[in-house]
Design a protein around this ligand. Structure first.
Ligand code: BJW
Length: 253
């Protein structure tokens, strides 16, 4: 199957991938759903919504500080690294992620489209003004600081349930999905909207849909290929298969 996927890649010009928490699982970042997922231990409604933040800002802030610490300590894995090679395969390759951990960027992927924000950024809860918590800024790490100019509480710059995704990013992602020829859905349960609709739109518009997930999602029913393996295994195999195809000019990973 990998050889067939590699052949499809070498014949396509426009590629696209949507990633989810599963691609970072092999780095040690917990996924949301599933047996070891964050939502098994914590109630999303108590942590990942504006109502939760306003009701218990300290609890929500502490949970995000814990996750930030964890993410700072991990490194990108072979799945992230393999994806940095995908732009070499296509005339245009678009990487869209639901992840907030910045690991694609740390691996070296250029121009990552972040749908759900980035956990390392902060903004004012009232005005959305960005705020950088630098070493000089003194605050109690157990509770969110206040923006020095607006006085509003500082929150992580991520997209919570019930919030709109960054409008330009999500509309551009759907636009590119309509024209891509090969679409990879990698490490996502494809349950959270509107991101989950992007692979479907690609498929509806004629793209070949490839899912990479050791526990395939509902998307598998419409996918052309399902690689039921960890991303850190399947993606390097794809790169190496493309690299070993004749005249590819691509180096192995
Ligand atoms: C591996 C692996 C390995 C393991 N290799 N794979 C239409 C219908 C129903 C509901 C809605 C709808 N439209 C909107 C909604 C509401 C809601 C929603 O979708 N709810 C559903 C859950 C039912 N959506 C929203 O609220 C969105 N906003 C919105 O639509 O605004 C418009 C609107 C406003 C008001 C009213 C109505 C509409 C916003 C969604 C924001 C999601 N935010 C989170 C938290 C981000 C911040 C944070 O990090 O704290 O984003 S939730 C969480 O889920 C996070 C993720 O990005 C997102 C997706 O999860 P993901 O990445 O798929 O992870 P998992 O854990 O689910 O799956 C991991 C997968 O990896 C599994 O399949 C494993 O098998 C696999 N895996 N190891 C490869 N090694």
């Amino acid at each position: 199957m990998i050889d067939e996927v590699a052949r499809i890649i070498t014949e396509a010009r426009l590629g696209m991938a949507l990633t989810g928490a599963g691609i970072s699982a092999e780095s040690g970042v917990p996924t949301f759903r599933g047996k070891d997922g964050l939502w098994n231990k914590f109630d999303p409604q108590q942590l990942a919504s504006m109502a939760a933040f306003l009701a218990s800002p300290e609890l929500v802030w502490e949970w995000y500080e814990w996750r930030r610490g964890l993410i700072r300590d991990v490194t990108a894995n072979p799945g992230h690294v393999a994806l940095t090679r995908f732009p070499d395969f296509f005339n245009r390759f678009t990487l869209v992620t639901q992840n907030v951990d910045g690991l694609h960027q740390r691996a070296g992927s250029p121009q990552v489209m972040e749908l759900h924000g980035n956990i390392m950024r902060n903004k004012c809860v009232d005005t959305d003004r960005p705020f950088v918590v630098d070493d000089d800024f003194q605050f109690d790490p157990k509770e969110p600081p206040r923006h020095p100019d607006t006085g509003g509480l500082i929150r992580p710059d991520v997209v919570w349930f019930g919030e709109m995704l960054p409008e330009n990013t999500i509309s551009r992602a759907f636009e590119l999905a309509e024209s891509c020829e090969v679409f990879f859905s990698i490490g996502t349960s494809a349950l959270v909207q509107p991101a989950a609709s992007i692979p479907m739109v690609a498929k509806q518009h004629g793209a070949i849909l490839i899912e990479v997930n050791p526990e395939p999602s509902e998307l598998a029913q419409i996918a052309d290929f399902v690689l039921a393996e960890p991303a850190g295994v399947a993606l390097p195999k794809i790169v190496n298969a493309v690299a070993s195809s004749a005249n590819s000019g691509v180096e192995e990973v």
